[in-house]
Design a protein around this ligand. Structure first.
Ligand SMILES: [Zn+2]
Ligand SMILES: [Zn+2]
Length: 393
């Protein structure tokens, strides 16, 4: 068996079955059996015996617990340290993560930090999207592609200080087995249908939860817009956010990975963000990180400018140089206005905080802030209008 890892991806025409890394049969069988039970056993049992409302209620709850333990716990808390959570919440995440059968939080976070550090690098990114949909979705778990680093946890030394992370890591196997079989069996015993609950809350829940979270590594690197950066394959996709507990805004996430939000607008569907915010209101989470708004807006403007310069160049317009130069000037002006606006906003927010403590009247500053808000709205319109005009020339 070859231990060769480097360059053995689908995009390497020279890779043959003989030099492909060893198959991880345990993973292969877990995926095959759970999928078979979910797509064959579940409908057959439904046809012959049937399910009631409680099967679907607990399926929904189970999917939510698994998904959010991965996105809010494994991902935003442990991998990215986007906020802090108290012990009780961390224990729930550790249990929910074991129920989701996605390896321990320590291992998952180590993989994920490598993904961010070496995104799209076929040799170093554990689930590089450049190796194609199948590889980034599931294929990377089916062979020993990176066996040399399976027990190298040097990039998660901070997490090794968390006793809950280490407890879950040491006890992962029995936790996973007892939760995945124990919970459905207890529910089934209570509702008088052990087999039905095992099928729905055990198997179907696991398969749905697997694929919805796997979409973040696969589809969220293939389908959607590159709103903030085109330096990697990550995409923003509102529809995917519906399936992935808010992680569909993946282009934003790759550029601003320490932000506790992935969908930054209030209307962006990001239940993980809402969960974290709610936990902070309940004093169960703290230090929620948000990236600098100026940098976020500037990244967006940079992408728009680059796209439009590309379009103008492609059109081979006789005045292309002039149009591009005008666009660049407008971009500089817009970035300057953004900096000024957010500086004023920061002052106002700070004064609001101070006001709460000292009861200082900040009416004048508020007016100033409102004034700037209106002005920026006009500048933004102007900026987008210029882009449209220049393209229409
Ligand atoms: Zn990614
Ligand atoms: Zn991430």
């Amino acid at each position: 068996m070859s231990k060769q890892v480097s360059g053995s991806g689908q995009n390497e025409p020279s890779a043959t079955v003989a030099n492909k890394p060893k198959i991880i049969w345990l993973n292969v069988w877990v995926f095959i059996l759970t999928t078979l039970v979910a797509v064959v056993g579940v409908p057959l049992y439904g046809y012959w015996v049937g399910y009631d409302i409680w099967h679907w209620v607990f399926l929904t709850i189970g999917i939510g617990i698994c998904g959010m333990s991965i996105t809010a716990g494994y991902h935003r808390l442990w991998s990215h340290k986007a906020y802090k959570a108290n012990r009780f919440v961390r224990i729930l995440y550790a249990l929910g993560g074991a129920l989701a059968v996605q390896n321990s939080a320590l291992h998952w976070s180590s993989d994920h930090r490598l993904h961010h550090g070496h995104v799209d690098d076929n040799d170093k990114d554990p689930y590089s999207a450049k190796r194609g949909f199948w590889y980034s979705h599931m294929g990377w778990m089916l062979r020993e592609y990176q066996a040399h680093r399976y027990s190298d946890y040097s990039n998660v030394k901070d997490l090794q200080q968390d006793p809950i992370v280490m407890w879950q890591h040491r006890n992962y196997l029995w936790l996973t087995l007892s939760l995945n079989f124990g919970l459905p069996i207890v529910l089934g015993w209570f509702y008088g249908d052990v087999l039905g609950m095992l099928l729905i809350v055990g198997f179907l829940r696991l398969v749905i939860s697997h694929h919805t979270t796997f979409f973040i590594n696969s589809l969220a690197h293939i389908w959607g817009k590159q709103t903030y950066t085109d330096k990697n394959t990550a995409r923003d996709n509102g529809f995917l956010a519906l399936l992935t507990y808010g992680e569909g805004y993946h282009n934003f996430h790759h550029l601003f990975q320490n932000d506790y939000r992935n969908g930054i607008r209030w209307w962006h569907f990001d239940p993980t963000k809402w969960l974290i915010k709610s936990l902070s209101w309940l004093k169960l989470a703290s230090d929620l990180k948000r990236c600098d708004e100026t940098k976020i807006e500037q990244a967006k403007a940079t992408m728009l400018m680059q796209r439009n310069i590309h379009k103008i160049t492609k059109k081979a317009h006789p005045k292309a140089d002039e149009l591009i130069s005008k666009l660049k000037d407008e971009y500089e002006l817009y970035c300057q206005k953004l900096s000024e606006y957010y500086a004023v906003k920061r002052d106002w927010v700070l004064s609001q905080k101070k006001q709460l403590q000292q009861q200082v009247d900040s009416h004048e500053l508020f007016e100033h802030y409102q004034n700037w808000r209106r002005q920026l709205k006009d500048y933004r319109k102007h900026w987008l209008g210029v882009n449209r005009q220049l393209l229409a020339v």
